[in-house]
Design a protein around this ligand. Structure first.
Ligand SMILES: [Zn+2]
Length: 222
């Protein structure tokens, strides 16, 4: 039996748990998990031409242009690991990137099959993100309520004093959420218009959210 490839996009605000869920979806459907952060790091680490160009731009404090990320994506999409499809984690972020992805997929006679929007109320996102505490020494991450360190304010792994990263401060988180919603609204409309957007309530434990995502995919999976 020939199964058609399945291409699934996960969208959601910072703190919604996209990364965790994208990995689980990828494992469950034998898809390649694609996050543009990993894609960039991988190309830079391998020292490819694309990676070197990206690194140069990042070193100069510039954004990596869509076109460059698109070339990296194209390489990955044409690889054997992507033959059954991909779970896109936090990409695209803009309508321009969505159009670019459509073009890449159409070269493979594929299209975006479903877009899962992990919706989590701002209050919950604030609690998740502002409760994070990080170890500046070894990089371990804790959470005041869901994953507290054994001793208050001290890293379990290396004993260093934990800090709240600037990114996780309440005022910064509020601004990140505002910017996210502003930028993503047109993208949601883009996919809603195509009738492939499924909204999933993401304010629950990961197992429950995963089941909701599977249910939402029920009508599209091969
Ligand atoms: Zn540590």
């Amino acid at each position: 039996m020939v199964t058609r490839a399945l291409d699934v996009i996960l969208l959601g605000p910072p703190g919604a748990g996209k990364g965790t869920q994208a990995k689980r979806i990828a494992a469950a459907f034998e898809l390649l998990h694609i996050s543009t952060g990993d894609l960039l790091r991988d190309e830079v680490a391998k020292g490819t031409n694309l990676g070197q160009e990206a690194k140069g731009r990042m070193n100069r404090g510039e954004l990596v242009p869509d076109e460059l990320v698109g070339k990296m994506l194209a390489k990955r999409l044409h690889s054997q690991q992507a033959a059954l499809g991909c779970a896109y984690d936090g990409y695209p972020r803009t309508t321009a990137q969505a159009v670019l992805l459509d073009g890449l997929l159409s070269e493979l006679n594929r299209r975006v099959d479903v877009v899962l929007f992990l919706n989590v109320p701002d209050g919950e996102l604030l609690a998740r993100l502002t409760g994070r505490r990080s170890c500046p020494s070894c990089g371990a991450v804790f959470h005041l309520t869901t994953q507290p360190p054994k001793a208050e304010g001290v890293c379990d792994a290396c004993g260093a004093a934990l800090v709240q990263r600037d990114d996780d401060r309440e005022d910064v988180v509020r601004e990140r959420l505002r910017v996210y919603r502003e930028h993503t609204a047109p993208l949601l409309e883009f996919y809603r218009g195509r009738r492939i957007l499924r909204e999933v309530a993401g304010g629950a434990v990961p197992d429950v959210v995963f089941q909701r995502m599977r249910d939402a995919m029920g009508s599209v999976k091969a």
